[in-house]
Design a protein around this ligand. Sequence first.
Ligand SMILES: *Cc1c(COP(=O)(O)O)cnc(C)c1O
Length: 361
Amino acid sequence: MNKALYDLIRVHYRDLQGYESAGMEVAKDADKIFLNANENPYELPGLEGLNRYPEPQPFALCEAYAQAYGVEGDQIIMTRGADEAIVTVTKIFCEPHQDAVLICPPTFGMYAVDAKAMPVDVVEVPLVKDAGTFAPDQDGIVTAVKRQGVKLVFLCSPNNPTGTSFSHEMISELCEALEGHAIVVLDETYAEFSKAGSMAEDLESTPNLIILRTLSKSYSFAGMRMGCFLCGDTDFVSFVKAKALDAYPLPRLSIEAAFHVLSPEVSAVAQENIKKILAERARVAGVLAASDQVVHIYPSDANFLLVEMSDAKGFHRFAEENNVILRDFSAKPGTENCLRISIGTPQENDVVLRLLEKFGA
Ligand SMILES: *Cc1c(COP(=O)(O)O)cnc(C)c1O
């Protein structure tokens, strides 16, 4: 394993013997009798196959992810959503009461929650507002990492809730500056909606880069809880699979459904839906911009808009009274007076736009 990763892993993981589940021992051929996992031999009607534990990391599904994400199968660790990937990387690298993670708020809330659960410190280097958009404070991040025992730097691009993409060049520079000190965990949950796309092709040349992906948003698959993390170092991937995953992390039905989602026919539909969402994002932004209730719309590379309003709280409440649920960020530093509005179907978006017109009248 490369030193940039190995030296930062919590020391006790080096000797830790992971759980060897019954599912790892032998291939599940149909002509064998399996009495090794205390499974119930009787299938229930309509639930065939579910009496058996699933494969921990099904090889064929891994290959399908590899295709989708432009990496090799042995560079992927499949998890229950990107959320479980965040927990797993935090657990592997962060020594409780000693290490720290760095976040750039306003950003996704789970990085800090998972760190505090360890517990490890959360160092904040806020995004800098610049010309109506947000940008990471590159020097501030490097200084804070070196000064405060930071092991993981979480960057989300496009960022939730701001919608901002950060340049691949900047992220590469940051990885280079932090090599030997910290891992950059790049959350690409919304990459399919962005022009910049993924940094997967930089993984092999960037030893301290880990990328998070998920089927939840772009593939309409949030209910199935399927995601993964990617690393260029295949030894690291094997290490994590052997030592740091739950025994059977992926539900059997989610595995089967994921195959279906990643099939050429279904993923082509998902691609078309992304185009529809992007067209709607542009349309909705255009209409919002004309409203005198709207102060600023942050440029978005994702499937939502962060909108600064003259009365964000008021409109949030008004929408809710009319059965439209938006996300209120107005109490959070950096997103004062802002709502985050997910892009829905054209009909759903029209409801929001009509409510805004009514609210302003
Ligand atoms: C939605 C979201 C996730 C969680 O994704 P799951 O795969 O559904 O767990 C992770 N990161 C960001 C930035 C998100 O917005």
